[in-house]
Design a protein around this ligand. Sequence first.
Ligand code: ATP
Length: 513
Amino acid sequence: MSNQEDLLKTLIGHAKEYGFVFQSSEIYDGLSATYDYGPYGVELKNNIRRYWWEAMTKLNENIVGIDSAIFMHPTVWKASGHVDAFNDPLIDNKDSKKRYRADVLLEDHMAKYADKITKEIEKAKKKFGDDFDETQFRATNPNVKRSQDRIDAVEGRMKAVLEANDLEGVRQLIVDEEIKCPVSGTANWTEVRQFNLMFATELGSVSGESSTIYLRPETAQGIFVNFLNVQKSARMKLPFGIAQTGKAFRNEIVARQFIFRMREFEQMEMQFFIKPGTELEWYNTWKEKRMAWHRALGLPLENYRFHDHIKLAHYANAACDIEFKFPMGFKELEGIHSRTDFDLKQHEEFSGKKLRYFDTETNESYVPYVVETSIGLDRMFLAVLSGAYEEEKLENGEERVVLRIPAPLAPVKIAVLPLIKKDGLPEKARAIIDTLKLSHNCQYDDKDSIGKRYRRQDAIGTPYCITVDHDSLTDDKVTIRDRDTMQQERVAISELGSIVSGKVDMRGLLRKL
Ligand code: ATP
């Protein structure tokens, strides 16, 4: 593969061809930044959601779930700050007429310097071999130092202008850095404007009685407004968490990059309510717990890193992202935020209702603090897909495309393949499926040669293929083939259930946490 863009294109093509992700309304030429999940995509997505849900609610006795409505009272979004402050700074290039997020232009600009540093380091590593000392090299190499100074300078100014909401300052920084539009190649920029990301619609059918409501831009507020309902009905004691998964909607300015940035997407969020003063301890705990959840999947560890936020959101006193190495480079996959008591206090003020916790140990009543973990299900899907995709050269000179999806997340767990379509082999294959299908998602396939059928299963990431041949009818044994090693083994049909479960059971993943 020649470059990262090619990899993204290849993934998009693969996802479409093999029934993972389709462009929404494709026969009408699509709707931008909106996607549909196909037969294998929906299975993978459900499995990722289940892995998250069970890790939260099954493994933590103090975390419970809810499922709140997408529509909420409009005042919720006044209180949360979204009506006034859920904006992205946008800037247009006058020549190409293309629109950009000003902060993203600056981040991409810094990423170019970071790339230069990585290249210098890789070059030096090759040159010096085992003697290479990266820390010393970073501190002394003039090229690296120059690039790092540039990053620090841009980062410092960017933080200052964004925090001061100084839009002219943001524009000036773009001009000073000589950032050009990738399409027109010019620096002919408009002023920077704020753009609210919420979708609005009308509630009520009687004219004059309607009011503007919003499609929720995050699931978190449904948790905050239900804080007391949950605490009382489930008899929760601090510290405790509320988890929720569901759709969120944002009118993103620049919505490219496939399912990484969509206008309709799904979030998996958990708000952890704690005693004020303990937030940094819990923030660090949840950083570690969430990273462990990612690492348990077994995708390459170097694909993950933490990134502290440059500009803290209006509600946060500490925040970081878990970034993943997507085909477009390292980008945010999940956010972990210490949100203080901002949200509950705001809802107290706007609703006039008390949202307090009575602490029986100290006999005090207070507004809890919150640490949030928030991950996009679709981004996680893209992370799994891109981390799992491999074009592998085989010893016999052939090539195969294999999705090394962590087995418990794989859409299909077992494909059962009769060697030929007669002599009772299909019936035998179906009988095997009948014994397995209550526990595992199975697929029957009798079309084409066995080799072709193996390739089809590799391409959707099926961990096991089972081939039924004539001997199977008398010895009750089958050949089981492992997706990753391509090793084949003859095993008793009665053993299949336990062999397969050992690898594909979600409990295996959860046990690692
Ligand atoms: P970004 O900076 O990429 O716009 P964000 O910081 O606004 O993201 P959050 O508000 O923290 O994102 O949302 C939490 C998570 O929801 C993100 O980490 C991401 O995984 C997911 N997410 C946010 N916006 C989108 C989107 N437009 N499409 C898909 N997933 C998204």
